[in-house]
Structure formats: C-alpha cells, structure tokens
Design a binder for this molecule. Structure first.
Ligand SMILES: [Zn+2]
Length: 208
C-alpha cells in the first residue's frame, strides 16, 4: 500500500489538490473465505445460524476501515497576512493497529502557522481521516499527517499531536485500560522555535 498521497493540481489558478491516498487492492470474496477459515480455526462453525453472515460482515467492515476517501485539499490566499497559530483540537481518530488488526481510538490536535496560504478548516480533519483509514502504527500516522500538510500547504510550521487508546493494549496483554499513547510530529517554526512550540502544546492541552 502506498503511503504517499498522489495529487493532481486541478488548475494552477485555484490551488485545490485532489488528494487520492491509494488504499489496498481488496478482494472481498477472498476476505470472506479467510474470515470463515479463521472462525473454523478458532473452533467455531461458520455455517451455524449465528455465524453464517459473519464472514461477509467482517470483510465489509475491514474494507470500510481500510479504504481512504479522496477529497480536495483546497487552500486560499492568506490575504490578511494572518500569522498566528491555527489549531483544530480533538479531531476524532480511529484506525487499525497493524500488529493486531485491533482498533486504536482517540483524538488528534492539528495546528499550523500560516504562510502564503490557508486551508479550509474541515480539511484538517479530512487529512487525519485519510491517513487513519489503513493499517497503521500511531507514530507513522502522526508523521504522515504532519508531512502531508507541510508538503501541500507549505506553512511556516506544522504541529500534530495524536492521543489514542489502543485496544491491543487495553483488552489483551498488559490490559492497561484507559492508557493513552501520545505522539507528536513538528515541522518548521513549531519545531525550531521554543515559544511557538510551547504555545502549540499548551493550546493542544498537552504538557510539553
Ligand atoms: Zn497492536
């Protein structure tokens, strides 16, 4: 699966990038058969009345969780020269841990210091969702969101914090229920300038 978004400038005058993050090639039928095999291997009878439709449902659920939705990353000229932090807090995150195929769920705080262009605010959440729809580790997810904004928006700085609970940690293994993992990725002034960085973490509600 490609981890870089392919992008197509729609026109040079209207800087709207159609972001297509290519998902995996899915074979739903094969996935259904595999879920049936898994049920059998786990000691269950997939032809029983209770489970007969389960392989189809599980395959469809994974297909949905693994298929990113494409969208246009529309930017606007920063005519007013706004140069303070823009921050979207508590963007919902739900993704699948690639080690256990179990969900991790939490929030992302995504901020940037505008350069020549600004972004439609809902697009911050769309970027998060695009990279969350796949088999992930939280560290990579965090960095992909930050890199994507840095590449396409070219702001003076980008900061991303993801806080998430991993069901593979809370339901099994150490069973650390309620434990949240925090990751961050910073670019530009939010990385290099200690005051900007501290402001970003303070507004995100994360101790720096
Ligand atoms: Zn895991």
């Amino acid at each position: 699966m490609s981890t870089r978004p392919a992008h197509v400038p729609e026109t040079t005058a209207s800087p709207s990038l159609r972001i297509v993050h290519s998902g995996p090639r899915l074979d739903l039928r094969a996935a259904e058969r595999a879920v049936g095999d898994l049920l059998r291997a786990l000691g269950h009878d997939p032809s029983s009345e209770h489970l007969v439709d389960t392989p189809r449902r599980v395959a469809a659920a994974y297909a949905e969780l693994l298929t990113p939705r494409e969208f246009s990353l529309t930017t606007f000229p920063n005519d007013e020269g706004y140069d303070e932090l823009v921050l979207a807090r508590d963007i919902p995150v739900q993704s699948l841990c690639e080690h256990h195929l179990l969900p991790f769920i939490g929030v992302a705080h995504v901020g940037y210091l505008p350069g020549e262009r600004i972004l439609g605010l809902s697009k911050l959440a769309r970027v998060v969702e695009m990279f969350a729809r796949g088999l992930q580790v939280q560290e990579r997810l965090t960095k992909q969101i930050a890199d994507c904004l840095q590449d396409h928006l070219q702001p003076k700085g980008v900061g991303v914090v993801v806080e998430a609970e991993h069901l593979c940690m809370s339901l099994r293994g150490v069973q650390a229920r309620g434990c949240r993992t925090v990751t961050s990725a910073l670019h530009g002034l939010l990385r290099e300038d200690s005051r900007s960085r501290a402001e970003f973490f303070a507004l995100s509600g994360v101790p720096s």
